[in-house]
Write a protein that binds this ligand. Sequence first.
Ligand code: SF4
Length: 372
Amino acid sequence: MVPGIYIHIPFCLSKCGYCDFYSVTSTEKISPFIKSLLKEMEMYHGCFSRFDTLYLGGGTPSLLDSAQIEEIIDGIRKHFPLSADTEVTIEANPGDLSREAAESLFKTGINRISIGIQSFDEHILSFLGRRHSSIDAISAIEHIRNAGFDNMGLDLIYGVLGQNMESWMNTLRKALSFRPEHLSCYQLTIEPSTPLGIQYRAGEIDPPDEDLLYDFFMRTSELLEASGYSHYEVSNFARGDECMSKHNRKYWDHTPYLGLGPAAHSFYGNRRWWNHRCVDRYIEEINKGIPPIEKSEILTREQLRLEALYLGLRTKMGIDMEEFSKQNGCDLLDEKGALLRTMEQEGLITITDNRLCPTRSGLLVSDSLPLL
Ligand code: SF4
């Protein structure tokens, strides 16, 4: 279990109405933030023996210029040993990916790019408050390919108010026409603290119909699997096992990860900790020489067991019951055998070779499976 590094870049040019990720729209703090980030790296120097993934997420990491991104990656290389085959991912907004920007990103050693396309339908993009058009998205994809990237992921959203199946299928087919190595298809969640959540509470908008959401999920999975993609996690599809996100898989199997930057979370053994969700506080604490940690928790054996169940059942790989029993001291077939057989009969899971895997319908309700 080789750990991964996540870096949170907390800046966006504007806030999208549905977004609950931490970011600020004032970019004048980018420079002091990078200085603090380098100091935070120093604080963890020597604490880990090796990493094999580095993920620059946000926020909008592609807002940074190539010199700033290089400074961050150089800092990582100075303080942490990286495997030769390290997966280095950056999240990017299509509007930031000019030909020059794509070429510069490629030169920094980044070898995987995840582009926030969300939709190829202008009405949906405008509803979501995105600052790019579908034309920008198509140009960005072309620049990325021409720059030399052979590992590209496209992020899409479905279940948007006013979106019908035809619009979503058109977006999916358009995305497929670029043969991305990876596709993430997220169902829109209405988070209470976002502008969309406020509109929802005020009764100004209705949530999408449950039956339609079910159809979106099933049709997405069917189309992408028929097109050669493996539906390997609830929202994620890969064109072959080698195209799965090496970094995100660490979150699903309790591999340790180190999170740097405001609001970033870390996990090691049975401890989870996270940084202040405020860039000013983050910079202030680091300037005082204090780790910018807001809180940490030690997970009990029971919490770890539940998490392993919850996370395992979100992935196609499912749960190796022998391994689960060794790590959690709980034999799932002994304790929950009757229930698991019922779930198997209902077509939610399969049990073969001591492995418990969710079916397509099981993935859809995976959030509630561990509670059964
Ligand atoms: S660009 Fe991404 S991180 Fe920034 S507000 Fe929009 S969805 Fe959130």
